[in-house]
Design a protein around this ligand. Structure first.
Ligand SMILES: [Zn+2]
Length: 238
């Protein structure tokens, strides 16, 4: 009965099956989209040679500028990273910095530069910040490498790894340990990514300064820093 006219008896079943199939397909697609969103962003090493331009940073007794040593080590890290196929971004590549025309005082230039660097770091997907600096103290005795870390997850792990590698490879007698960075260090405070700041040595210590002035030592520093970064991103890759 009813088979010859009106809706076939099986139509509700067919409709239900079609709806179920459509729902499953939608869920599968939604799942795929969610997976695509969750895909890890490739890491990018943001290399920050501290200071530069109007801001030379610390100055050694012989006139050596911190900003110049920072830049040299940073360029070596970049060259090695390129060799290993690691993606990099530099916050500066030369001694000079292009400041906005309204930044006329040294203080205003420094502020504009720091804001620009923070913007670059926080607009780089997958960024891992390596900020390179040299230390200075009023007395000559303090010496050694120390790594400081920012607030974002992963910062302390990278800092501890780098500190351990730098100590083992370059200065086994070094007793300094990785420590949280001072909140007043603007760039490290503003960085939303894993971030470390390396004080490669004391310009106020004659032995540290002599080492930092040799090309071989700066190359070793760069190699250990890049090696630590590569070890870190390998450890965080899923
Ligand atoms: Zn500095």
């Amino acid at each position: 009965m009813g088979g010859k006219s009106g809706i076939k008896w099986w139509w509700p079943l067919a409709a239900a099956a079609l709806l179920a199939a459509a729902a499953l397909a939608w869920q599968r697609n939604a799942g795929r989209a969610a997976d695509a969103d969750a895909e890890p962003v490739p890491p990018v090493l943001v290399i920050d040679p501290g200071h530069g331009g109007a801001d030379g940073g610390a100055v050694a007794a012989d006139g050596t500028l911190e900003s110049d040593i920072n830049l040299d080590v940073a360029l070596r890290v970049e060259a090695l990273a390129r060799f290993w196929g690691a993606q990099t971004v530099m916050t500066r590549t030369g001694k000079d910095i292009d400041y906005p025309s309204d930044a006329t005082s040294i203080a205003a230039k420094k502020v504009a530069d720091q804001h620009a660097r923070a913007g670059l770091i926080n607009n780089t997907p997958g960024a891992v910040l390596l900020s390179i600096h040299q230390n200075k103290y009023p007395a000559a005795a303090p010496h050694g490498i120390q790594v400081f870390y920012g607030k974002a997850a992963g910062s302390d792990a990278l800092a501890k790894l780098a500190q351990a590698n730098l100590t083992a490879q370059l200065s086994p007698e070094n007793r300094r340990v990785a420590a949280p960075v001072d909140k007043r260090v603007y760039l490290m405070d503003k960085a939303k990514c894993p971030a470390v700041l390396v004080e490669c040595g004391f310009l106020s210590n004659p032995d540290d300064l002599a080492r930092l002035q040799t090309e071989g030592y700066r190359l070793k520093l760069a190699a250990v820093l890049l090696g630590s970064y590569l070890e870190y991103i390998r450890g965080t890759a899923t």
